[in-house]
Design a protein around this ligand. Structure first.
Ligand code: ADP
Ligand code: MG
Length: 242
């Protein structure tokens, strides 16, 4: 049975100045699934994510979430978005950031406290709750951003390189949480540089020079490219694309 479609990009095309950064991208995400976007640096992954969110305007094509053209303020409330760059208050503590963003999402009282505890434990930052964010390492900031994104209970997560700078053992725990969210019928679309993460996605989209070069389950892509890992798919596709 097909899951409910919660996000689509259709014929999405976008240029910056004269450079075509997205070229006719078609993507679909269903509830309960994790879609991973991979591709070389500068391929257009973040632009695709930002266009899906409606943060950048497409030149052609459309981006829809929950059957609504983006951007849409009401729909934004149903999305947990994590950009490629951390948007944190450096002078505030981790906890103060969590409380601030949590209350923006409408969380208060014990519900907020519980969500903070649960998610800071997940990202292994409980010991640093009261330390100023400016004392955090890059990876710790990433982990705090992820904890903030997971605080509320949105139906869709849009994550741009959520695990950059995060150690492999912690990534395993974070992936267990992402899979649990998907099992609870949440949709997740994420970009990643980490090929073993791509392997864990239900579907992988490979963007090269703004084009969706391949899309399918990891197994389908490996069969299509006659290789045995997503890493080899990536390498072979890069050569083929030239
Ligand atoms: P990726 O996330 O795959 O590394 P990006 O989507 O960030 O790639 O960038 C794709 C291309 O678009 C790059 O060449 C980048 O320099 C360019 N680009 C991204 N954002 C802008 C912008 N706001 N103005 C001009 N060029 C941009
Ligand atoms: Mg990027």
């Amino acid at each position: 049975m097909m899951g409910q479609v919660i996000a689509t990009m259709s014929s999405a095309t976008k240029s910056f100045d004269k450079q075509k950064v997205l070229d006719n991208i078609n993507l679909e995400l269903q509830a309960g699934k994790i879609v991973g976007i991979i591709g070389p640096s500068g391929a257009g992954k973040s632009t695709a994510i930002r266009c899906l969110m409606g943060m950048e305007k497409l030149d052609q094509g459309s981006a829809d979430i929950f059957d609504t053209k983006m951007p849409n303020r009401k729909i934004l409330k149903r999305i947990g978005y994590m950009g490629q760059n951390d948007a944190l208050y450096d002078d505030l503590s981790g906890k103060e950031n969590l409380v601030f963003f949590g209350s923006l999402m409408g969380l208060t009282g014990t519900a907020l406290d519980r969500a903070i505890e649960k998610n800071m434990q997940l990202v292994d930052l409980l010991d640093f709750l009261n330390k100023p964010v400016k004392t955090y390492s890059g990876g710790m900031k990433r982990r705090l951003s992820l904890a903030i994104t997971l605080l509320s209970n949105p139906d869709l997560f849009v994550l741009d390189e959520p695990t950059v700078g995060i150690d492999p053992s912690l990534r395993v725990a974070i992936w267990e949480q992402l899979r649990e969210l998907a099992n609870n019928n949440k949709g997740i679309i994420m970009t990643t540089h980490v090929m073993d993460e791509a392997e864990k996605c239900d579907y992988v989209g490979l963007i090269i020079e703004g084009k969706l070069f391949a899309f399918g389950s990891p197994k389908e892509l490996e069969e299509q490219f006659k290789v045995t890992s997503i890493e080899e798919v990536f390498l072979k596709a890069e050569v083929n694309a030239k």
